[in-house]
Design a protein around this ligand. Structure first.
Ligand code: AN7
Length: 374
C-alpha cells in the first residue's frame, strides 16, 4: 500500500524532522496543478498559465502545509496549546491540526472581518475563538505579547516551521512541470507564503551542501538538484492593503479580499528579498479587479477560489496585457484558498437564482431564455 500521507512524510529528508518526530498530518499537499485552457485563448496570448489549487487542501487553504509542520514541532516540544492571529485561514488550519493533535487552540480574529466559512471552521474544530475589536495587525502584536505571559506556542508564520512546510509547494510544482516555471505569482498578505515559495525554489536548484538552517547541509535534498531555474516571483497586494507598494505600513487596511487585509506584514523583508533575488516585482490590484477575475476564473475554467487567491491571476492578466510578462512564458499562480470559504462575497456578485412556480412551462421559459444561441 502506498497511501499519500502528507507533506512531512513525502519530503521528510527536506524538512526539520527526525524519525522520532510525532507527525500531525491531515494528508495535506499533493494539490492539483491545473492548466488554464480557456483564458489564454480569451486574452489571445500564447502563454501557459497554471493554477496550483491550494483550496483543495484539507481545510481549504495553503495554510495546511505550514500548519502540519508548526503543530508537529509544537507537539514534539511538548506544547499543550497553540495561538495565532488570523484573517481566517490560519485560524481554520490551526483549529483543525490542534484538534488532530489533541491540544488547545486560541485564535484571535478581527471582529466581523473574516469570511463565514473560515469562522465556521475555527468554531467547529473547537478552538477558542477570540474576536478582537481591531484588525489582523493588532492581533499579531497581541499574540506575540501573549506568548511571553502564557504557555502558548505561536503558529503564525513568524514561526519558522510554517515556512518550512509551505516551501513544499515549490517541490510539487517542479515535479509536475519537470522544472520551475518562468514566473510564479501569488497574493501577498503577511508575506510568509511568497518567502516560503522562494525558499522551496531555491533549495530545488541547489546542488551544494549549503545549510538550510535546519539540516546543517546534511540532508539528501541539498545534494539532489531538482530544477534548472528559479522563477521570477510576482507578488500582488490589494490596493487598500498594499504596504509593500506604499513603502510603509498601512494603518487601516481595507479590501474585499479579507484574507489579505493586512497592513504590516511580518515577513516583509523576506518577501522583498525574494522579489529582488528573483528579478520580480510587486504590484497591486483593486477590489474590482480582484472580484472580476475571481468570477472570470470560476466561469471560464470551473475553478472557484477565494477573492484573495484571485489576485494572483488578476495581476498576471494585467502584466500580460502590459507586456511585462512575455509570450511563450510558463506561469504558475498559487490559488491559495477555496471559494467556498467566502460564500457571502460569491453570492453578492453573482446572478441571483430565478424563482418560479414548480411548473413545467415556467421553467421551460427560463431555459429558452438562457439557452446559448445557435
Ligand atoms: C487565501 O489566515 O494571513 O502573504 O491569517 O488566507 O503568506 O500571509 C492569510 C493569508 C493569501 C496571504 N491567500 O498569504 C491568515 C492569513 C489566502 C490567505 C494569503 C492568505 P501570506
Amino acid at each position: 500500500m502506498s497511501l499519500y500521507t502528507g507533506i512531512i512524510e513525502k519530503y521528510r529528508d527536506r524538512l526539520p524532522v527526525t524519525a522520532d518526530t510525532p507527525v500531525i498530518s491531515l494528508n495535506e499537499g499533493n494539490t492539483p496543478l491545473i492548466e488554464l485552457r480557456n483564458l489564454p485563448r480569451l486574452i489571445k496570448k500564447k502563454v501557459r498559465i497554471f493554477g496550483k489549487f491550494e483550496g483543495l487542501n484539507p481545510t481549504g487553504s495553503f495554510k495546511d502545509r505550514g500548519m502540519t509542520m508548526a503543530v508537529t514541532k509544537a507537539v514534539e516540544a511538548g506544547a499543550k496549546a497553540i495561538i495565532c492571529a488570523s484573517t481566517g485561514n490560519t485560524s481554520a488550519a490551526a483549529a483543525a491540526y490542534a484538534a488532530r493533535a489533541g491540544i488547545a487552540c486560541f485564535v484571535l480574529i478581527p471582529e466581523g472581518k473574516i469570511a463565514l466559512g473560515k469562522l465556521s471552521q475555527a468554531m467547529m474544530h473547537g478552538s477558542v475563538v477570540i474576536q478582537i475589536r481591531g484588525n489582523f495587525d493588532d492581533g499579531m502584536r497581541l499574540v506575540q505579547e501573549l506568548a511571553k505571559t502564557t504557555p502558548v506556542n505561536i503558529v503564525n508564520s513568524i514561526n519558522p516551521y510554517r515556512l518550512q512546510g509551505q516551501k513544499t509547494i515549490a517541490f510539487e510544482i517542479i515535479e509536475a512541470l519537470g522544472d520551475a516555471p518562468d514566473y510564479h505569482a501569488l497574493p501577498v498578505g503577511n508575506a510568509g507564503n511568497i518567502s516560503a515559495h522562494w525558499t522551496g525554489y531555491s533549495e530545488a536548484v541547489c546542488e551544494s551542501t549549503r545549510a538550510c538552517g535546519f539540516c546543517s547541509g546534511k540532508c539528501s535534498y541539498h545534494k539532489s538538484k531538482m530544477a534548472t531555474q528559479r522563477p521570477i516571483m510576482l507578488g500582488y497586494q490589494a490596493s487598500g492593503a498594499a504596504p509593500i507598494l506604499r513603502g510603509r505600513p498601512v494603518e487601516n487596511p481595507e479590501t474585499v479580499a479579507t484574507a489579505i487585509r493586512i497592513g504590516n506584514p511580518v515577513s516583509w523583508q523576506l518577501a522583498v528579498a525574494a522579489q529582488q533575488e528573483s528579478g520580480g516585482w510587486f504590484d497591486e490590484c483593486t477590489d474590482q479587479e480582484i472580484l472580476h477575475v475571481q468570477k472570470l476564473l470560476a466561469q471560464t475554467e470551473g475553478i472557484f477560489c477565494e477573492p484573495a487567491s484571485a489576485i494572483s491571476l488578476a495581476g498576471v492578466l494585467k502584466d500580460l496585457e502590459l507586456g511585462k510578462i512575455g509570450e511563450g512564458s510558463t506561469i504558475v499562480c498559487t490559488l491559495t484558498g477555496h471559494g467556498l470559504k467566502d460564500p457571502d462575497t460569491a453570492i453578492a456578485q453573482s446572478t441571483k437564482p430565478v424563482t418560479v412556480d414548480a411548473e413545467h412551462g415556467a421553467i421551460e421559459r427560463v431555459i429558452r431564455e438562457y439557452l446559448p444561441e445557435g
